[in-house]
Design a protein around this ligand. Structure first.
Ligand code: ADP
Length: 179
């Protein structure tokens, strides 16, 4: 499923983000940048130790990555050039700025990608795994935020944005919502 807005392609696919041959893939990381389960675990497993080495250096320098922010590393052995690690909010019922923080993840990842002249970028469904953000609302925020970024013309080098859905539920939600 694909749409085009102001010459930027938005596409929804089902699959494993570690297999994407984009310039940058986004990781749903945690504040410590020390790896974990879900997509984070898959990226570090497939990408090899080089990614963690860079994460550790960032952690030593800055103490980690605050929720809603993003940092960039090599993609190690992955087919991508970069991994952009962003930290989604843990869903605590909706009264703790979860929506705004999730929105920031997409904006800050795209900003960092632009700074590195990324042309193609792939996002996982941030926060919808162990962080339990309601999937429907998370998809709405992801799609709206990315579209706003394109329409506000802060996107210049990025030509293609991929939403990589791993589970059937997210894939179905994104397919019906993208337009
Ligand atoms: P979070 O802690 O942000 O919730 P998770 O990794 O637990 O992060 O889940 C985020 C999303 O990533 C979930 O929708 C999950 O299905 C998905 N996911 C898990 N493994 C992969 C993978 N290899 N590629 C793409 N998405 C994945």
């Amino acid at each position: 499923m694909k749409i085009v807005i102001n010459d930027t392609e938005l596409e929804v696919i089902k699959g494993d983000i570690t297999k994407c041959t984009c310039d940058a893939i986004v990781n749903a990381a945690n504040n410590g940048l020390l790896g974990g389960g879900g997509v984070d675990g898959a990226i570090h497993r497939a990408g090899g130790p080089e990614i963690m080495e860079e994460c550790k250096k960032i952690r030593e320098r800055t103490g980690g990555c605050p929720t809603g922010e993003a940092v960039i590393t090599t993609a190690g052995n992955l087919p991508a050039k970069y991994v952009i690690h962003t930290v989604g909010p843990v869903w605590k019922g909706g009264a703790y700025q979860e929506r705004e923080l999730l929105r920031n993840c997409y904006i800050n990842s795209l900003k960092l990608a632009e700074e590195h002249f990324v042309k193609t970028i792939a996002f996982p469904n941030i926060s919808t795994g162990v962080y339990r953000f309601p999937k429907h609302e998370a998809a709405q925020i992801a799609l709206e935020t990315v579209k706003e970024c394109i329409q506000n013309q802060f996107i210049r080098s990025i030509q293609s944005i991929l939403f990589v859905c791993f589970d059937d539920e997210n894939y179905h939600i994104y397919k019906t919502m993208i337009r």
